[in-house]
Design a binder for this molecule. Sequence first.
Ligand code: KMH
Ligand code: ZN
Length: 286
Amino acid sequence: MEQSVGSVDPKALLITVAPTGAETAKVDVPQLPTTLEELVRTAQECEAAGAAMIHVHIRDDDHRPTLDLARLTDTVQALREATDLVVQLSTGGSVHDPLEHRLRVLDAAPDSCSLTMGTTNFGDDVFSNPWPFVCELYQLSQEREVVPEFELFDLGQVAALERLLDTYGLPFGGRVHCDLVMGVPGGMPGTTDALVAAVAALPGQVTTWSATGIGRTTLPVALAALSKGGHLRVGMEDVLTISRGVPVESNRQLVERAVALGELAQRRPATTAEARALLGLALAEV
Ligand code: KMH
Ligand code: ZN
């Protein structure tokens, strides 16, 4: 029986894996997937472990972050061929990427793109997201039929999301999915109190949300998100230790831990079909 878009079992837990990021050097963490081959293998392992979406940053031949369009396009194609994951490209890139290169990411035609709702101090750097850029990227995502995931680094960005939706309407697909990125030095802290405040302030149009805690805030944020009925993002973009002083071996290990935490909360990993329904990428058949 055909159901309405987005009517997904509330027990389904969307696990997004963010395997690489733009901040960690391969030389420091050799297990970080930086080549296309490593990324595809990681994606397959993480899908098998329970992930349904992948948040992708790519690297060049020297393992440095890049937004090279041909490489991004090849990456989307390779991930689609090798997995059924929802492919989300980062439009955040690295703190050094010019805004015009970040807009060009949509030319690679991913299923989804990240869209950060404001400028954030990012450690010693600045992650620049001026309001006109946010509006341009959002309108481009609507035009190109790419589903945005709104990245919220602080409470002000939650308010900015409401302003954006009130001004430009709903995203392509009609769903509003956002991700609380917590514990960045310069953003909201990775605490239960901050998560509860952010979730309480989400605009009414939001249909689903996930959360991720950077570094040592990973576990508190994941547990708080589960207790509030949210979804999870995990991966080596956000954390490099599995416990104090113990390096993460692989992204699969982090996905497996998310599945185990979800089981304790009586949730089960969302399938890729459910993820598509939840994001408005397809009519729900689940
Ligand atoms: N690498 C950060 C500067 C995103 O992917 O959209 C930005 C980031 C957010 O990771
Ligand atoms: Zn990212």
